[in-house]
Ligand binder design. Structure first.
Ligand code: AMP
Ligand code: ZN
Length: 487
């Protein structure tokens, strides 16, 4: 077993609130408490959404690597998120339930399971807790009751938070409110354009599928309230890190922060604790130029679509890791193919026997790589550089017994499953393959015979025919050809 690392690098993370790199100083010694804004389960997640959870997962794994006792919470939003992040539009869940003529509860269950399937496929670790918004409605009402006297006012449509009652409203967005105001649809009677709904009353004569009694009438909680309540309830204010996609920096998180300030009875944001979390971290977007990321377009980019086309889901994780989480990442099939090839090469390399070499020297080199791996990950999660160091250990000629523990520790942070993936796992039969398994086996048998007879023209023709049917043949594959069907 390799010696443990001696000096660990200090962990530095980018805080969106201050727009600066800051040392990670835990609220509770030796612990890290993290809250991640989870999906609204009204539709399948697209792969851009999943980038947000790969990022949160890498953050959590890094905190574990750095020996913090991690408590990670991700929520499931099954009520309250409107089609517009501010207060305009319909409830996304209600809208989808009406479109599909199903109960909201069935819709929520179906898409929650679909999201969890993507979480597993991307090797995202299970958080300590999944909090489901509808399980916390009594606590939301309680929270709203506490902050209402000083910070809220009632209109016919609901209970609203008065953004002018907290100092520094919107600092996270850096939107001096003029900018924010433009995007927020007017609700009649709102005191400030930035004010937002804490409780949305069911309009008279209407009945919503999901509604609860409250001091402000029957209705449903506002989306922003949910995250303030679930994070505070489970992790306690202040907790360490709150994460989400960069779009949440504009409206959702500034509104959460305003509520947290009101709840904690604090005023300015000069002390980080006043926002409820010490660090606010945001991943940048995955973009796709032709609009296939939009859930409203026919063939939108779901993880299952990638699998149906014959890609391993961890190739997408690799693609995410190749970019820094704060950089925009452009999706392309060529990029995904390149990420898959890189991952496959690493997996194949680990199945090849190594040259015995001087053990002393091997450990020196491997220790140095792991030390540098720690440094780059501690520098605001520099996964592109960390990948290179892990890759060096993988392709090195050191004996597997020697390098295995290093690879294990580094991969525990990046989560590519290098030591359990097999080359055959990449044999995902594309859904569109126009050929059956039996036909592939028969073609491969004919090809083997042709090669044995040194009839390379026939052998190549069979390979080309298989390729035209979406099946890749790799020569010199000691593991033989096996199928794994995409599910
Ligand atoms: P939603 O289900 O819409 O609440 O989104 C789930 C998560 O995905 C949130 O953290 C969003 O900020 C994030 N997100 C949405 N679109 C993208 C994208 N294209 N790239 C990266 N993250 C995204
Ligand atoms: Zn949230």
């Amino acid at each position: 077993m390799a010696p443990a690392m001696t000096e660990a690098a200090p962990l530095t993370l980018f805080n969106s609130l201050t727009r600066q790199l800051e040392p990670f100083v835990p609220v509770h010694q030796g612990e890290a408490r993290v809250y991640t804004c989870g999906p609204t389960v009204y539709n399948y997640p697209h792969i851009g959404n999943m980038r947000a959870y790969v990022f949160a997962d890498v953050l959590g794994r890094t905190l574990s690597f750095k020996a913090y006792k991690l408590t990670h919470v991700i929520n499931i939003t099954d009520v309250g998120h409107l089609t517009d992040d501010a207060d305009a539009g319909e409830d996304k869940m209600e809208k989808m339930a009406a479109q599909q003529a199903q109960s909201i509860w069935d819709i929520a269950e179906h898409y929650k399971q679909a999201y969890w399937a993507d979480v597993r496929a991307l090797n995202i670790r299970q958080p300590a807790q999944w909090t489901v918004a509808t399980d916390y409605v009594p606590q939301m009402i309680e929270f709203a009751k506490q902050i209402a006297p000083k910070h809220c006012y009632e209109l016919d449509s609901g209970l609203y938070f008065d953004a002018s009652t907290v100092a520094d409203y919107g600092r996270l967005a850096r939107a001096n409110t003029e900018e924010g105001e433009g995007r927020i649809e007017a609700v009649e009677g709102k005191r400030n354009a930035a004010d937002f709904a804490i409780w949305r009353k069911t309009p008279p004569g209407e009945k919503r599928q999901m509604e609860w009694d409250s001091p402000w009438g029957r209705g449903a909680p506002g989306w922003h309230l949910e995250c303030s309540v679930m994070s505070g309830e489970v992790l306690g204010f202040p907790f360490d890190i709150h994460t989400g996609g960069i779009d949440h920096r504009e409206i959702h998180h500034p509104n959460e922060i305003a509520q947290n300030q009101a709840k904690c009875c604090t005023n300015g944001l000069d002390v980080a604790e006043n926002s409820g979390a010490r660090l606010w971290m945001h991943n940048n977007f995955l973009v796709e130029r032709s609009g296939k990321m939009s859930k409203s377009s026919g063939e939108f980019l779901r993880l299952q679509l990638l699998i149906d086309k014959g890609y391993h889901p961890l190739a997408y994780r690799m693609m995410c890791l190749q970019a820094h989480y704060r950089s925009e990442l452009e999706f392309s099939w060529e990029g995904l193919q390149a990420a898959q090839t890189r991952l496959k090469r690493m997996v194949m390399r680990l199945s090849v026997a190594d040259q015995p070499i001087d053990q002393q020297r091997a450990e020196e080199v491997l220790n140095d790589w792991e030390r540098r791996f720690d440094e780059v990950m501690s520098d605001d999660l520099n996964t592109p550089s960390a990948l290179i160091l892990l890759e060096q250990a993988v392709v090195s000629n050191f004996q597997m017994d020697l390098k295995r523990p290093y690879i294990e520790r580094m991969d525990a942070v990046l989560g590519l499953n290098l030591l359990t993936l097999k080359r055959t796992d990449f044999r995902i039969r594309p859904k569109a393959a126009t050929i059956t398994e039996a036909e592939i086996e028969a073609a491969l048998a004919r090809r083997k015979e042709a090669r044995a007879a040194k009839d390379f023209a026939t052998s190549d023709a069979i390979r080309d025919e298989l390729a035209a049917n979406g099946v890749e043949v790799m020569d010199g594959d000691s593991l033989g050809w096996e199928w794994k069907l995409g599910d």
